[in-house]
Ligand binder design. Structure first.
Ligand SMILES: Cc1ncc(COP(=O)(O)O)c(C=O)c1O
Length: 483
């Protein structure tokens, strides 16, 4: 039985969770509610089961769709990256657009929809959310699911010994990183500098634009923080790049004694182009930082749930360095985890919304599914799918030298470089993939790579075969790099 067959149509309800004395509202167990849920899930199953492969647009819908796209571009002040407006219906990694076309979605909103599209478990969790009294949760009013989410994330984070004790929910990866930086500065005041790695991406707030290593993203934006950069690890010279980073770090801590509050790390550079570091590289840097009382922040907004363990710091065996950890995307609600000794001594952390009720319930459903389906482990689903996808892309690289290099990345984060690695070639190839029915995205520059974040909960080898077939067809449209 394939994975897609094994679970489709089943639903889990977070209402099954023990709610104890806190659950006074009995209307959720009203038989009419149960019947409404049953009917909705039945209808969903009927509609989603028709979406099973790439399909072109319905000629009758094209004009209206184009008009809606034009209105969207006008309203948002620019065309969306893809001419994509969802029909509201999909099936796992398949998404049906408003013009009736169907695409294989291997980027899922840049890593957000871990169960793909129109998943019955996600519908069920959204129904649970709809049965609550408010659409949003916030710092003045928390529901039981907020508690379950916090406890769940703390439990997962501590599984291999990390000393993370508290969890603050928030609505974006950027906000979770802002909160992380605040906790670090608060605890290491008056230290005000941050150490990052070349090519990193931390988010798009004003403070985080100072960390993110993309000058174009700071155009006209005042510098908010003093940031120092270490050279990134590169597999072409593991020893040289590791030693280079160590030298730079030692030099920095001597040059600015006591001025660095934290080392901020992405363990697989995401937006930067899917460059993983190694345990040795990270371990040495983290140890030097701890020796100098510099806190370590792991940004897991993109990596969470995509490698062999729920957290990338667990995948790389860096648990003892995890002072502060941020996550988001696939969990639907974002979070900042931190240790007991870093608990703020003043009211520095708060916000009106922590997340929507549906996001928290949906995030719990994703976590349930990933654990239940054994996505984690050295031979878990994530690593198995990675090896399969990698072997297929390696075969393409051998068959089409100069047109495809790689693959790169780790777990359910996988990328390749098309042709000469220029931005133009990347964009051309991405557009061809989209037209042929596969959705990916660009990452990095010099070279520009194409990356995929397949939904870990529902991607099968059959889906990967289809994606690789489309990649092979698109390669024909690009010029080979001179080899
Ligand atoms: C590593 C990393 N950190 C932070 C962010 C920012 O998250 P958000 O876009 O939800 O603010 C991203 C987004 O891509 C990311 O990849």
């Amino acid at each position: 039985m394939t994975r897609s067959q094994s679970k489709q149509g089943e639903s889990t309800s977070s209402n099954d969770r023990p709610q104890g004395e806190l659950q006074y509202a009995r209307w959720v167990t009203d038989p009419r509610v149960a019947e409404a849920r049953r009917l909705l899930l039945e209808a969903l199953q009927e509609h989603r089961s028709k979406i099973v492969g790439v399909r072109g647009a319905d000629p009758e819908l094209v004009a209206t769709y184009q008009e809606e796209l034009a209105r969207l571009s006008q309203a948002r002040g620019g065309a969306p990256f893809f001419p994509y407006i969802s029909s509201g219906m999909g099936n796992g990694p398949w998404i049906q657009l408003g013009d009736g076309s169907v695409k294989l979605d291997f980027i899922v909103g840049i890593g957000v929809h871990g169960m793909g599209h129109s998943d019955p478990r996600m519908l069920s969790s959204t129904l649970d959310a709809g049965l609550e009294d408010t659409v949003m949760q916030g710092n003045l009013q928390h529901d039981s699911a907020s508690l379950w989410m916090c406890e769940r994330l703390i439990g997962l984070a501590r599984a291999q010994g990390a000393k993370l004790a508290h969890c603050l929910l928030s609505t974006s990866g950027a906000m979770s990183n802002e909160n992380a930086l605040k906790i670090a500065f608060h605890n290491r005041a008056p230290a005000s500098r941050v150490i990052c790695i070349d090519n990193c991406f931390a988010g798009r707030s004003i403070a985080l634009a100072s960390l993110t290593d993309r000058p174009a993203y700071r155009t006209g934006v005042p510098k908010a923080l003093d940031v120092d950069y270490l050279p990134m690890f590169h597999p072409s010279d593991p020893e040289g790049t590791t030693q280079g980073a160590i030298r730079t770090l030692k030099h920095l801590v001597e040059r600015y004694p006591g001025e660095h509050a934290c080392l901020w790390l992405e363990l697989v550079a995401g937006e930067g182009g899917y460059y993983p570091g190694t345990k040795e590289y990270f371990e040495t840097l983290c140890q030097i930082c701890h020796d100098h009382k510099i806190l370590v922040i792991f940004d897991e907004v993109q990596t969470f749930s995509r490698l062999s363990r729920p957290f990338a710091f667990q995948h790389f065996g860096l648990d003892r360095f995890a002072d502060i950890v941020t996550l988001g995307k696939i969990t639907q609600v974002c979070a900042t985890l931190y240790g007991e000794e870093l608990k703020p001594r003043g009211p520095i952390l708060s916000q009106t919304f922590t997340a929507s009720t549906a996001a928290i319930r949906g995030g719990l459903a994703v976590l349930d599914h990933l654990e239940h389906e054994k996505c984690f482990g050295d031979d878990g689903w994530n690593m198995q799918r990675h090896r399969y996808f990698r072997s297929k892309l390696e075969a393409l690289a051998a068959k089409y030298p100069g047109r495809l290099s790689g693959p790169y990345g780790e777990g359910m984060m996988i990328a390749f470089t098309p042709g000469d690695g220029s931005a133009e070639t990347g964009k051309l190839m991405l557009g061809k993939l989209y037209d042929l029915g596969l959705m990916g995205f660009v990452a990095g520059s010099n070279p520009t790579r194409l990356r995929f974040l397949p939904p870990p909960g529902v991607t099968t080898n059959e889906h990967i075969d289809i994606a690789v077939g489309i990649i092979e067809s698109a390669l024909e449209f690009i010029e080979p790099r001179k080899v």
